[in-house]
Design a protein around this ligand. Structure first.
Ligand code: PFF
Length: 462
């Protein structure tokens, strides 16, 4: 007789291609797309940045997505067991990348909490207070109980969705939130374009000015491709491990990238022309285009819209919250699947441990703006969040990506994964893909890594 208690839980799978693409695009489209992309574009001369970003996304981005999805699907495992299946001595690559979703989730949830608070504040009619240029924001993030509460609220919504399972929770949540996000960004984009002065801003956003082209721009576009497509963060491998063998990997990867590009452009359209109209000139937009854009400048832009400002503000932050949630869900799902597969735990146990770990780390990062603000790891004024962001985006993700490319380019041959891709359709560009994995991607990744580390430590400046 079979002892039921030792029969492993059967691995879940997406119901079809749409389920996968919406979940993968949900992971990709997040704060990085809606908040970071527009300010990078504004900062690096609009159209020029967009042009370079498109090229990176459609070459390097799609190729690495294909690598990660096929690795997940081939092994049917999350990142650590996936690498261990090629030999025990390669386990360290999986372990290194497995740390990424834990670290990103620890700070992503904090910003998710800020967004949630803004949504509620608009719902409560605080349109004027939010547009006060930063006082309200500063007071909120340094108010420990309030900011911890919102971080935990955002986390709790994510945990509940993940607890409902891959199909009943993750897939269903993306099926609802992603179309809503696209529709709402289209509506807000169209509305803001009708504002006086916006067309001038639109021109700045889309027309390339190649005199703005620089090494720094290249590095920024590369970093955005990585963070924006959730690459080398264990999530796409986990999502790939839930993909059925008859779903085309190449077209799924392409559609995920195209959706992310489309929503990035919409986010830019929502934000840049209106900001341009409010601030008056390209220079002002570029000057104000740092991380404060979303929490300080946008509320000011909305305030100008008059009576409708409260509604637009609420809907906008609801949309950003959806985007952040679908990404946070993928991070938590990756953490859960890693613990589950590696330690052979039950899903429930893995989720419980993930909830405890991420709540504690999330609280520490949140307190980095209040009781722990004396910790300034990257120099005066920096926070714990800045450190974790730097560690993941500039160090761990490019290094993890590099290890994966070197492994499948040189230690094992690309054919191992090409065969997996071919199980579900043609792979006409397999030759080009191999060149990308073996040569181009490693060179670009070493470049991002070295330049961003040197820049952070002030050895070079752009
Ligand atoms: N792609 C997400 C964004 O642009 O906000 C961030 C992210 C999510 C990175 C999930 C990595 C990840 F695994």
């Amino acid at each position: 007789m079979v002892d039921v208690s030792v029969v492993p839980e059967q691995r879940a799978s997406w119901s079809g291609k749409l389920g996968f693409v919406l979940a993968a695009a949900g992971s990709a489209v997040g704060l990085g797309t809606i908040w970071r992309f527009p300010y990078l574009a504004a900062h690096y001369g609009g159209g020029t940045f967009i042009f370079v970003f498109f090229i990176f996304m459609l070459t390097l981005g799609v190729s690495l997505l294909v690598l990660e999805i096929s690795l997940g699907r081939k092994t049917g495992e999350s990142i650590i067991v996936a690498f261990t299946s090629f030999g025990k001595k390669y386990r360290f690559i999986g372990v290194f990348i497995a740390a990424v979703p834990f670290v990103i989730a620890s700070f992503y949830g904090v910003v998710g909490g800020w967004v949630t608070r803004y949504m509620f504040a608009y719902a409560a009619g605080m349109t004027k207070e939010l547009a006060d240029g930063g006082e309200n924001f500063g007071a909120f993030i340094s108010d420990a109980p309030q900011s911890v509460a919102f971080m935990l609220l955002f986390g709790a919504i994510t945990f509940i969705i993940v607890a409902l399972g891959v199909n009943g929770g993750v897939e269903r949540a993306n099926l609802i939130m992603m179309p809503a996000l696209i529709l709402v960004s289209l509506l807000i984009g169209i509305y803001t374009l009708t504002q006086p002065g916006a067309l001038e801003g639109l021109k700045y956003f889309v027309v390339p000015d190649f005199s703005k082209f620089s090494l720094e721009l290249l590095i920024a576009a590369l970093g955005q491709t990585f963070f924006g497509l959730s690459l080398a963060a264990a999530t796409m491998v986990t999502y790939g491990s839930y993909m059925k063998k008859d779903v085309s990997i190449t077209s799924s990867a392409f559609q995920t990238t195209a959706t992310t590009l489309g929503i990035s452009l919409l986010a830019g359209l929502m934000i840049i022309p209106a900001t341009f109209a409010t601030l008056g000139s390209a220079d002002e937009v570029a000057k104000n285009s740092g991380p404060s854009l979303m929490f300080l400048v946008i509320p000011k832009v909305f305030e100008k819209f008059g009576g409708i400002a409260t509604v637009i503000g609420f809907v906008f932050f609801l949309l950003v919250m959806f985007a952040a949630l679908t990404s946070m869900i993928s991070l938590v799902e990756a953490c859960v699947s890693i613990l589950q597969d590696t330690l052979e735990w039950k899903r429930r146990q893995a989720l419980l441990v993930t909830v405890i770990v991420l709540s504690v780390t999330g609280i520490i990062v949140t307190l980095g703006y209040s009781s722990l603000s004396f910790i300034q790891p990257l120099g005066a004024g920096s926070t714990i969040l800045d450190l974790l962001d730097f560690l993941t985006s500039s160090v761990m993700m490019p290094l993890g990506g590099l290890l994966m490319c070197l492994f499948f380019g040189w230690i094992r041959q690309p054919k191992v994964l090409i065969d997996e891709v071919r199980l579900s359709g043609e792979f006409k560009s397999a030759g080009l893909w191999s060149v990308m994995i073996k040569y181009i991607a490693p060179i670009l990744l070493v470049a991002i890594f070295i330049t961003s580390v040197l820049k952070t430590f002030g050895v070079i400046s752009f």
